[in-house]
Structures are given as C-alpha cells and as structure tokens.
Design a protein around this ligand. Structure first.
Ligand SMILES: [Zn+2]
Length: 215
C-alpha cells in the first residue's frame, strides 16, 4: 500500500458485537433504491436501470451479511487445546467493508496475532471472524477493536494484536480526495499491550515478507 498514512489507535469501546440475526429486507431496499434514483434525477424506467434496484438491494444484503453471523456459532468446534505458547500470526487477510458515515466501501488488509493460552482456533476461522465484522456498516477503528476483543475473549489469549490497513472511498472519491492515503489502526490487548517486547515481535512478524519472498 502507499507510503502516506494516517495512524490511529483504535480505542473505541466495543459495543454489542452480536448482529441483528436477521437478513436484510431486500424488498424494502429495492423500493428505496428506486426512490434514490428518482431523487438523483434519474429515470428508473430507462432500460439500463430497470434491474438496478434489485441488483443494489441484493448487493447491499450481501455486503452486510455480517449482521446475521454469530461468533459462537462460527467458532463452535474450532477451538483446540494445545501446549503451544508462541505467537500465532495470520496476516494479509483481505477485507471489504462499508463506512457507516457515507455508505461507501473501505477495504484493505487485516493482520492478526495472538499468544495462545492453552487453546488455539482453527486458522481458517480468523478470516471468517474478520468477515463477520467487516460485512456490516463500520468505522475502521471499531472493526479493529471488535476483531481483537473477540479473539481475546473467545480464546482467553494471553495477548492479541490486530492491525488494519485500509483505503476509504469516501476519502478517495470525495472531500479531501487523498487517493494514496492508507489509514492504519491497531488494537493491542493483554501482553501485546503491556509487554513492549511482545508487541515488537508481533509488529516484526506482520511486516516480514510473505513466504517465498526474497527478504
Ligand atoms: Zn466515510
């Protein structure tokens, strides 16, 4: 990602992380999109727009399906007892979310690390936890904290570190129009917060080149 960056520490309190549990109302969305097209000065009846309300409604329902996901259900059967106390890192997890201020996408990478405390989670579950929170209306800081707090509490981990790097279309397409700005947020919990060495190890591990890279 680009050099220019905004670094923000995610300290926002985590609110209720459970979703509504019900799917988006596609029919209502559809009629609202028709009204929006009218309000924008478009003609919803013209050929190219005929199926647009339906498409947009379905796309929105897909992009906010995280409200229907339940973390406990997701982790059910995926926690394993283990005697392993080195840091577990999953980095470069792609995510796509939508900012709750403009309903425009923000997207990028999430890097996660945790220090296990007698149990680990199946590695494939970590991107799914990220997706669960990303596919809701979000602000980047809250997304970061929700991922970190969830891992900390569900795994009872000694420490958790989460770094999110993202580009926001609301910044790139409008307002400040900073095309190359990457917003970076982080949440460090437990040993990752209290022990500088642990935090450094996490940051070093997520910065290291991918497997197969020359460095
Ligand atoms: Zn925004």
């Amino acid at each position: 990602m680009a050099k220019q960056g905004i670094r923000r520490r995610a300290q926002q309190q985590v609110e209720d992380v459970s979703g509504s549990g019900r799917p988006a109302d596609v029919e209502v969305l559809q009629s609202l999109v028709t009204e929006m097209l009218l309000a924008l000065g478009e003609k919803p009846g013209r050929h190219g727009l005929l199926k647009t309300p339906e498409r947009v409604a379905k796309a929105l329902a897909f992009m906010t399906q995280g409200y229907q996901r339940d973390i406990d259900h997701l982790l059910n059967g995926a926690l394993f007892p283990i005697e392993y106390d080195e840091m577990v890192i999953v980095k470069d997890i792609d995510f796509f979310s939508m900012c709750e201020h403009h309903l425009l996408p923000f997207f990028g990478k999430v890097h996660v690390g945790y220090l296990p405390n007698k149990k680990v989670v199946g590695l494939s579950k970590i991107p799914r936890i990220v997706d669960t929170f990303a596919r809701r209306l979000q602000v980047q800081e809250r997304l970061t904290v929700q991922i970190a707090e969830t891992l900390k509490s569900k795994l009872n981990a000694h420490g958790v570190g989460v770094v999110v790097e993202a580009r926001h279309l609301c910044m790139m397409m409008r307002g400040v129009e900073k095309q190359n700005t990457v917003a970076v947020s982080s949440s460090m919990l437990g040993a990752c917060r209290s022990q500088p060495q642990t935090r450094l190890e996490f940051l070093k591990l997520i910065r290291r080149g991918s497997v197969g890279d020359s460095d």
